[in-house]
Design a protein around this ligand. Structure first.
Ligand SMILES: O=P(O)(O)OC[C@H]1O[C@](O)(CO)[C@@H](O)[C@@H]1O
Length: 236
């Protein structure tokens, strides 16, 4: 893992943008995208740049089950607001959280990922070490799947909703095996509440109890941390 420690998420966003720009220059065509607060500064810098994704493909990690694309808490809405409206891609794929048959939707999404191998995947990190919505204990072998969100994730995401009871309890997430097939992975984490997960991901045992620790087995991972998120690392 290449670990870059920055002052704050503004500087982290600039570094993250640079990873996208370099990937694009080197021919990357399929970009795996994430939601949540973490990638927003990188997306802002992409929007402010002259990078052009009109010939590129994007594939998002996850979506809440039960929210429509026009619900302002859906990840589809998030992506349009924070990136796609300003930087359209040729084709953008997201799981459909309103699909009647969730298992069929998961299969459809796995085919999308198989047909479009991801060149660069950006990830945030859950406080419990989740990546995508792969919560602790998730099998490393399964593909796109239905997830029951843990209380830790529901609590963390409640800040985006008016009432905690509005936070969806289920999501559809790309599997860890698909994330691991990405050619290059960029993970960003900011804030002291991520420090334990960051330490486990980098210095802890490689275990399904901390899903992000699987990244220790990937040979092209760039990690961008602010000082607070890096504060528990022994080797800095
Ligand atoms: O970036 P945040 O808001 O801290 O959330 C952490 C991660 O968990 C998710 O919400 C679930 O995939 C991601 O979108 C995000 O990167």
């Amino acid at each position: 893992m290449q670990i870059i420690i920055v002052k704050d998420e503004v500087e982290g966003g600039q570094k993250g943008y640079q990873v996208f720009a370099d990937a694009k220059k080197n021919g990357a065509h399929v970009f795996g995208l994430a939601t949540g607060s973490t990638p927003i500064t990188t997306y802002k810098d992409i929007i402010a740049s002259d990078l052009d994704f009109s010939d590129s493909i994007s594939i998002n990690l996850d979506e809440y089950i039960g929210l429509s694309a026009d619900n302002d808490q859906s990840y589809n809405y998030f992506m349009h607001k924070n990136l796609f409206n300003q930087k359209p891609f040729k084709t953008s794929y997201l799981p459909n959280g309103l699909a009647k048959d969730i298992d069929a939707e998961a299969k459809r999404y796995d085919k999308v990922i198989a047909d479009n191998p991801i060149d660069l995947q950006i990830l945030g990190l859950g406080r419990n070490g989740h990546i995508g919505f792969n919560e602790p204990g998730t099998s490393r072998e399964i593909g796109t799947h239905r997830v029951s969100l843990t209380q830790s994730t529901i609590d963390a995401n409640a800040r985006f909703f008016e009432h905690e009871e509005d936070v969806p309890k289920e999501a559809l997430s790309m599997g860890l095996s698909s994330i691991m097939k990405s050619k290059h992975i960029l993970l960003e984490a900011y804030g002291a509440e991520k420090a334990d997960a960051v330490k486990g991901m980098i210095e802890g045992p490689d275990t399904p109890d901390l899903p992000a620790s699987i990244l220790q087995n990937h040979d092209n991972v760039t990690v961008i941390l602010d000082e607070a998120a890096a504060s528990k690392l022994t080797n800095k």
